[in-house]
Structure formats: structure tokens, C-alpha cells
Design a protein. Structure first.
Length: 216
């Protein structure tokens, strides 16, 4: 909001034009939600926009790619975006058939989608494959992971993904229980260290000397 007030809207949002059932053209936001919200809060009635000429699938791919650059996404959210991007890319590859890329033929389907993701999203093949596994976790297990604070823990999510779908919620609960136990154990150790330090501080010089002689 401060930037728009100071220098104006330098990067207009991007929209795609669709015709509704009544024959009227409507604008579908592709990119720039935060800018639009900022303009609303500034009570701006109209703003410039850039029209996107691609298909609905292309628009969705752009939206996903932009969301992936948001630092606040959890591992679970990022994985779901990557998996959706792969799915849409595979659909596009299936429609247009194999295409030549730098001397190689880009295959159809899943493998072609993974190759396109590593190239166009700038992620590694391993990251794409891990994202697919995490995105495939059962919905109820994803909800449990978010509730138990595991939605941003890739190692935990991959462990859950290896379990059978009907056992994934239980896997989440077991990981969360172990995590809680470790935290409890760490608290106990911290308290014990605190008591030792307090005793050392309260002890006199001779007591400290005798103590060191016994423990060394």
C-alpha cells in the first residue's frame, strides 16, 4: 500500500478475459492478488491490468509458478502446488504430443511433466518427485499434519507418505508423539543443567575445588 501510494501501481495485475453464460466479458485474476487487495484498501475504483492471452491451463500454471516464489508456503503447500503444476503440464504435453527441446524429444505424461518442472520451475528432479509423494498423502493425514505442526517438516511428511493411506493419520500421530517426547526430554535436561549451575554458583571456592578433583 505504501509503495502504491508513493510511486503508483508500477506492475499491474494480470487478468484473463472470459465470456460468461450471459455473453459478457469478465476478468479472471491470474497474478497480482496482493496488489489488487492493496488497491482495494486504498479505495481505488479502477486500476490498469495486463491481459493474458493464453489458455486457462496456461493461466493456472503461471499462478502456481508465482505462488511457489512465496517464502511463507509450508513444505506441504509447496508440494501440492508442484504436484498440480505437474498434472497440468502433463495434460498439455498429452494434448500437443512430444516436442523437441534442445535436441531431445520431450515425452508425454508423467516423465515429461517432471522434466518440464525441473526446467521451468527451476527445481531438481528429486524435489519434484518428493513433492508428488507428499501431495499424494491422504487428505485427513494432511490435516492431522498441519494440526500437529508437521506441515513444514519434509522428513516427517515423506515418512507419512511411505505408509499405506489408511495408516497415514496414525503415522502422523506417532511422529508428533515422538517430537513431543523429545521436547519434554530436552526440557528435563535444561532443568537439570539449571540446578547444577545454581549449585555451582552457590558453592564456595573449597567446595568447587573438591568437586573438580572428584570429577576429573
Amino acid at each position: 500500500m505504501e509503495s502504491i501510494q508513493r510511486i503508483g501501481l508500477r506492475e499491474p495485475p494480470t487478468i484473463r478475459i472470459e465470456v460468461n453464460d450471459e455473453g459478457f466479458e469478465i476478468g479472471i485474476l491470474v497474478a497480482g492478488l496482493h496488489r489488487v487487495e492493496a488497491c482495494k484498501r486504498l479505495n481505488l475504483k479502477t486500476i490498469d491490468c495486463v491481459e493474458f492471452k493464453g489458455s486457462a491451463v496456461d493461466a493456472k500454471l503461471w499462478e502456481i509458478a508465482e505462488n511457489l516464489h512465496r517464502a511463507e508456503l509450508t513444505v506441504q503447500e509447496r508440494s501440492e502446488h508442484i504436484a498440480e503444476w505437474l498434472k497440468l503440464t502433463e495434460e498439455k504435453l498429452a494434448q500437443v504430443g512430444p516436442v523437441s527441446t534442445r535436441g531431445r524429444t520431450e515425452g508425454r505424461g508423467h516423465e515429461g511433466g517432471v522434466r518440464a518442472a525441473t526446467r521451468e520451475l527451476g527445481i531438481g528432479r528429486t524435489q519434484a518427485q518428493r513433492a508428488l509423494k507428499i501431495a499424494d498423502i491422504a487428505p485427513e493425514a494432511k490435516k492431522a499434519a498441519a494440526t500437529d505442526g508437521l506441515a513444514d517438516n519434509q522428513k516427517a511428511l515423506l515418512t507419512v507418505a511411505r505408509a499405506e493411506p489408511e495408516h497415514q493419520v496414525q503415522a502422523v500421530q506417532q511422529i508428533a508423539a515422538r517430537k513431543a517426547q523429545k521436547a519434554t526430554d530436552a526440557d528435563i535436561v535444561d532443568r537439570e543443567v539449571g540446578r547444577l549451575m545454581a549449585a555451582w554458583t552457590a558453592a564456595g571456592h573449597e567446595a568447587r575445588r573438591l568437586f573438580l578433583a572428584q570429577v576429573t
